[in-house]
Structures are given as C-alpha cells and as structure tokens.
Design a protein around this ligand. Structure first.
Ligand code: SAH
Ligand code: SF4
Length: 339
C-alpha cells in the first residue's frame, strides 16, 4: 500500500477531492500526522468515518524499525533504521545551540566509491523513496520527543543521484502545514553531480548546498573521489557560481583533513587559489577512522595550520569539531558494522 508520507499537501488535496472529500480534509490529516504526530487514523477525531475508512484502505502510516540506537556523551543520537524489505540506513540526530538537526540518508549504499567513505563500501542496492526519508525524520522526532528544526542530507548515499525523490522529499518536509522545516534550514551535500546542481539551482528552492570537495586539484581529487573523472573541479566551480547567482545562497565546501594526503600547506594555498573571490566558505572536517581504509585523521597541529593558512588567505573557514565521536557517527559506519 502507498504511504501517506509520500504525498505533498497539494497532491493529497487532489486525491481527496477526486474521492469526494474536501480539500481542507487534507490539511486536517497533515496536521494530525506532522503537527500532532498521531499515526493512527482512528485517533484523528475531527475527520469523518468515511474518510477514516478511505485512508485505511489506501494509505499506510507505517514507519521503519529502529534496530540500533546509540547515544554519545555529547547527546548525539545515531539510529540504524530498517525498512520493510530489510534495507538498513542511518540517521543521526544532533543538538546544536541553534536547534536540533537530523542527518538523513538518501540511498541504500552508494555507487560513488569514494576511497575514504564507509558508505561507498556497499554498492547502492536502491534509492530511498520520499516517504522513507520523511518517515525517518518523523520516527526520530517521536522517539526523541524533540522538534527537529534542521535537516542535512548527508547520510548514506548521493542525494543528487536520487534527484526526483530527494526534491519531492524536500517539498514534503518544507510544507508549513507539515514538518515546516524552513528551506534555509535544509542542507544538501553532494559529491558533485554537476548537471543536477544546475537543475537544483533552476528550481530556485534556496536550500543550502554543500560540496564535498576534499582536494583542490583534479589529480588528487580523482584519487579520492572517482566521480571527479566525470565532473572536474572547474565544472563544479562553474555550477556553484550558477547556484549562487540563482539562489543567493553561499556555498559550503567540505574538506576532510586526511593526514599526509591533502593537509599540507601547499594544498591549503591551492584551495585558497581555487576559492578566492567565490561566495563560499570552507568546512574542515575531521576524518572518522574507517577500519577498512588506511587513511588517518590529520593531527590537531596540521589541522590548525591548514585552518590558519586559509584564514590568512582571506577564506571563510570553520574547523568542525567531531560530534558523536565515541559512537559510529561517520556516515555508513553503523550500517557496515551490522552488514
Ligand atoms: N554523498 C554525499 C552526501 C553524503 S556523505 C556527499 O558525498 O557529499 C556526507 C559527508 O561525509 C561528505 O562530505 C563525505 O565526504 C563525508 N565523509 C565520508 N566519510 C567520512 C568519514 N569517514 N569521516 C568524516 N566524514 C566523512
Ligand atoms: Fe557516497 Fe558521499 Fe560516501 Fe562518496 S562520500 S561514497 S558520494 S556517501
């Protein structure tokens, strides 16, 4: 049966009116589900018996199962969810001074094959449907009894390799009648599927775009991220310029610090050369060790040196501290452990 979480409010209105119910009934149902978190049609007290029956016959309210939940010392919560077909994906709930964010997966596995990433260890078995991404948020919000204010699409999978489903998911969670997650509170991270960056720009949503860059030269980036052979760094830069022109949103570049690989002063300078004059900022990310790979996180000294060098060169940069360090918080790690 189709899931009710697959529907935007507008689509539900159409379905309802086609079946002789009223448009506002769709608003009522949305309100029960997303505002009151009531996931039982019988308990939706202001809707008619007929509508309840129609809903029961046509739309499922089922959620995935939580099969692992780990809470770290800094209160980060890591979930492993299981869907009906036994597919497992991760989600991470994080507490910040500005609110609570949830990191959502977009695919089961990932085909991009980045050489440092646990998610890439398992080939993609399928894309996630919009309702599956929505239901992970609903479930973790119910489970934690917290309102989730920010979404980062940075879990397992490449979101721009599942473009249509991800766009629909964004529409559903952004609805003011639903989860009401502000467009500026949504961040999508991509390894750089260039044509879909243009498509996203043309939608003019204005979500935050983060690019996993990790290296300032094509030579090094191709070694870390095979996708770089298809879309070069200069293609990405052109695409993000377009994204900025269209949406006015400043681009984030993510840069993992890997000891002895991309963390020298020379690379800091090359990165500064690449990004100078661009409306962007750099997020330096500490590497979470993955057993299967030999990469190591940069030392604090080289991380700080790298940071300082970018600062000196006038680049906006932050050095991210690790969240959920004591649990398997890097994307793909919990899942690969279970598999
Ligand atoms: N596929 C998308 C989004 C998911 S990955 C992308 O690549 O952007 C989210 C971020 O986690 C990316 O920046 C990725 O490079 C980073 N990442 C992957 N493995 C990591 C690890 N072991 N430690 C820290 N960050 C990692
Ligand atoms: Fe996929 Fe992103 Fe991991 Fe690369 S970093 S393998 S694109 S999830």
């Amino acid at each position: 049966m189709d899931s009710i979480f697959n529907y935007t409010l507008e689509e539900l209105e159409i379905k309802f009116t086609q079946n002789n119910f009223k448009k506002f009934n769709a608003h009522q149902v949305y309100d029960w589900i997303y505002k009151k978190e009531t996931l039982d049609y019988n308990l939706m007290s202001n809707i008619s018996k007929d509508l309840k029956q129609y809903l029961k016959d046509n739309y499922s309210l089922s959620l995935p199962k939580i099969i692992i939940k780990e809470i770290s010392k800094d209160s980060t919560v890591k979930y492993l969810f299981e869907f009906n077909d036994n597919s497992k994906v991760e989600g991470v709930l994080m507490h910040h001074p500005y609110g609570t964010s949830f990191c959502v997966s977009s695919q089961v596995g990932c085909n991009m094959g980045c050489t440092f990433c646990a998610s890439g260890l398992k080939k993609k078995t399928r894309d996630l449907e919009p309702y599956e991404m929505v239901s992970m948020i609903l479930l973790s919000s119910i489970d934690s009894a917290e309102r989730i204010s920010h979404i980062v699409i940075m879990g397992t999978g490449e979101p721009l390799d599942n473009y249509d489903n991800v766009v629909k998911f964004i529409k559903i969670i952004n609805s003011p009648k639903g989860l009401e997650i502000g467009i500026r509170h949504i961040t999508l991270s991509t390894s750089g599927i260039v044509p879909n960056i243009y498509k996203l720009a043309d939608l003019n949503f204005g979500i935050n775009l983060a690019i996993s860059l990790h290296a300032p030269t094509n030579e090094l980036r191709s070694k870390l991220m095979p996708i770089n052979k298809a879309y070069r760094i200069s293609d990405i830069i052109e695409a993000v310029k377009y994204y900025f022109e269209k949406t006015g949103r400043r681009i984030t570049f993510e840069y993992l610090l890997l000891e002895g690989v991309n963390d020298s002063r020379l690379y800091a300078d090359k990165l500064a050369d690449l990004l100078s004059g661009l409306n962007s900022y750099v997020n330096l990310i500490p590497y979470n060790h993955v057993e299967e790979f030999s990469y190591k996180a940069s030392t604090s000294k080289s991380s700080l040196d790298f940071y300082d060098q970018l600062k000196k060169r006038g680049i906006n940069v932050t050095l991210r501290h690790k969240m959920g360090d004591d649990i398997d918080a890097a994307c793909g790690q919990l899942r690969s452990k279970v598999n």
